[in-house]
Design a protein around this ligand. Structure first.
Ligand SMILES: [Mn+2]
Length: 430
C-alpha cells in the first residue's frame, strides 16, 4: 500500500459530499448511452484501465526563455518530485508511472526504486538530455550532440544515452526516449545529409545497447532550439529513423511539435498503419511548441487523436501498445493541479472516442455521407463523460473532484514549509 501524503480520510470526506450527485449523473448518462447501444460500465472499465505517465520535470514550475517565476513549495529534487507525482496519482488514479529525465533526476537507482515502490509509482520511459551541457562535461553540445561534427562529442552523447538505459534497467523502465536539439541557425551552416548520417550512426550505437524487451522512442520537433534546420524535424524523418534502426525503434508524437494546423491525427493513423507509433507526449499549443496543458486549446483535436487510437484498438491491430506520457510546461499554475487536469482531459478524450458509433461511421464513410460521418464523431464528442471519469476515480480510491480535494488538503502549503523557495531562472523545459 502506498504511503500517501494526503490523508485517505480527507479524500473520503470530500467524496461523501459529492457521491449522491455523481450517482445521479452517472445513472442519467448511463440511460442516455444505453439508448445509443453503449454500456456505460464497459466504457468506465476501459477508462479505469487507461493510464498516462507524468513527467518528473512537469511538477516543477516551468518558464520561457525570458523568465521563470517560481511557485511556492517547488520540489527540490527527484525525491520531492516523486512525492508530488504520487499526489497526482492518489487523486486521479490515472498516473501510476513517472518518466525521468537524466541528468536532472540522477540519483542512486536503488533509492529511486525504493521511493517509487513506497509511493506506489513505477517508471515509464527514460529521457536523455544532450540538448544542454551538464556541469563538468568534457565536450559541449553547443553545436549539436548525436550529430555533432566532432566524433568525441558524438561518443559522449551516445555514452550518456547508454547510461540512461542502465539507470532505467535498475528501476524497471522499458523504454528510452531520445529528443535532441541538434540543427542549425544559418543556411549552409550544416550539411543536411552528413549531419543526418552522423545522427543515424550514433543512434545505431544506442540501439545496439537496448535490451530486447525495451523500445527506443525518437521524438521529432519542427524547430527550436535550432531555428533554421532541425535534424529530426518531422514525422517523415522520424519514420525513416525508426525504419533504419530496426524493430525496437518507434516514433514518438509530441502534440506540440508540429506546425500549426498540421493534421496530427492523420500522422498518428499513418504510424499505426506501418507499425511505428511508439507513443505520445501530450500537451496543447496555440502558436508553436507552447507546452500548454493537454486539452485546453483544442480538445477536439485531442479527441480526434484518440479516435484513431480507439479505432486501432478495436480493429485489433497487432502489437498495438503506445506509450502515453504528458510533456508540458506549467508557468502560471500549480503544476500538480495542471497535471491532475491534464490526466483527466486525456482520459476524457479516450472516453469520448470509446462511445463513437464505429459501425455507423464506417457506413457513412462507405456511402460518402460526409455530413453524417462528421456528425457521428461530434455526437460522441459532445457527450459529457465527466461522470464516467469521476466514477472511475471513485471506484479506484481516487477523488470524485480531484482539484477540490487537492485544494482542501492544503498539500502545497504543507510542502512549502519543508521546501525553501527556489531561485528564479531560465526555462529548461522541452
Ligand atoms: Mn516532448
Amino acid at each position: 500500500m502506498a504511503e500517501f501524503r494526503i490523508a485517505p480520510d480527507l479524500v473520503a470526506t470530500e467524496n461523501e459530499k459529492r457521491a449522491a450527485a455523481l450517482k445521479a449523473d452517472y445513472d442519467a448518462l448511463g440511460a442516455t448511452l444505453d439508448r445509443r447501444g453503449v454500456d456505460i460500465e464497459a466504457v468506465m472499465r476501459k477508462v479505469s484501465e487507461f493510464f498516462v505517465a507524468v513527467p518528473s520535470w512537469g511538477v516543477g514550475t516551468g518558464g520561457t526563455r525570458f523568465a521563470r517565476f517560481p511557485g511556492t513549495g517547488e520540489p527540490r529534487g527527484i525525491f520531492d518530485k516523486l512525492d508530488d507525482c504520487a499526489v497526482i496519482n492518489q487523486l486521479t488514479r490515472a498516473t501510476p508511472n513517472v518518466s525521468l529525465h537524466i541528468p536532472w533526476d540522477k540519483a542512486d537507482s536503488r533509492e529511486l526504486k525504493a521511493k517509487g515502490d513506497a509511493l506506489g509509482l513505477g517508471f515509464d520511459a527514460m529521457n536523455s538530455n544532450t540538448f544542454s551541457d551538464a556541469p563538468g562535461q568534457a565536450h559541449s553540445y553547443k553545436y549539436g550532440s548525436l550529430s555533432h561534427t566532432d566524433a568525441a562529442t558524438r561518443a559522449q552523447a551516445v555514452e550518456h544515452n547508454l547510461e540512461c538505459i542502465e539507470i532505467g534497467k535498475a528501476i524497471g523502465s522499458k523504454a528510452l526516449t531520445v529528443w535532441i536539439g541538434d540543427g542549425s541557425n544559418f543556411p549552409g551552416q550544416s550539411s543536411f545529409t552528413r549531419a543526418f548520417e552522423r545522427y543515424l550512426a550514433s543512434m545505431a550505437d544506442i540501439y545496439k545497447a537496448l535490451p530486447d524487451d525495451w523500445k527506443l522512442f525518437t521524438e521529432h520537433k519542427m524547430y527550436e532550439p535550432a531555428f533554421y534546420s532541425t535534424i529530426v524535424q518531422d514525422w517523415g524523418t522520424n519514420y525513416l529513423i525508426a525504419q533504419t534502426l530496426g524493430p525496437k525503434a518507434y516514433c514518438l508524437v509530441d502534440l506540440g511539435h508540429h506546425a500549426p494546423n498540421t493534421n496530427i491525427e492523420m500522422i498518428v493513423a499513418r504510424l499505426i498503419q506501418f507499425g511505428k507509433l511508439g507513443g505520445f507526449h501530450f500537451n496543447d499549443s496555440k502558436y508553436g511548441d507552447d507546452d500548454l496543458d493537454a486539452g485546453v486549446i483544442d480538445p477536439y483535436r485531442l479527441f480526434l487523436v484518440f479516435n484513431e487510437l480507439v479505432d486501432a484498438e478495436q480493429r485489433g491491430v497487432s502489437d498495438f501498445n503506445p506509450a502515453h506520457m504528458i510533456d508540458q510546461s506549467h508557468n502560471v499554475t500549480d503544476p500538480i493541479e495542471s497535471l491532475i487536469n491534464s490526466a483527466n482531459e486525456i482520459r476524457r478524450a479516450y472516453a469520448q472516442a470509446l462511445i463513437v458509433d464505429r459501425k455507423a461511421l464506417e457506413g457513412y464513410q462507405q456511402d460518402n455521407d460526409a455530413l453524417m460521418a462528421s456528425e457521428t464523431l461530434k455526437r460522441a464528442y459532445r457527450a459529457d463523460v465527466e461522470p464516467i471519469l469521476a466514477e472511475a476515480r471513485r471506484r479506484a480510491g481516487g477523488a470524485i473532484d480531484p482539484i477540490a480535494a487537492y485544494r482542501a488538503s492544503g498539500y502545497r502549503n504543507k510542502v512549502a514549509a519543508e521546501r525553501p523557495a527556489s531561485v528564479a531562472g531560465g526555462g529548461g523545459i522541452i
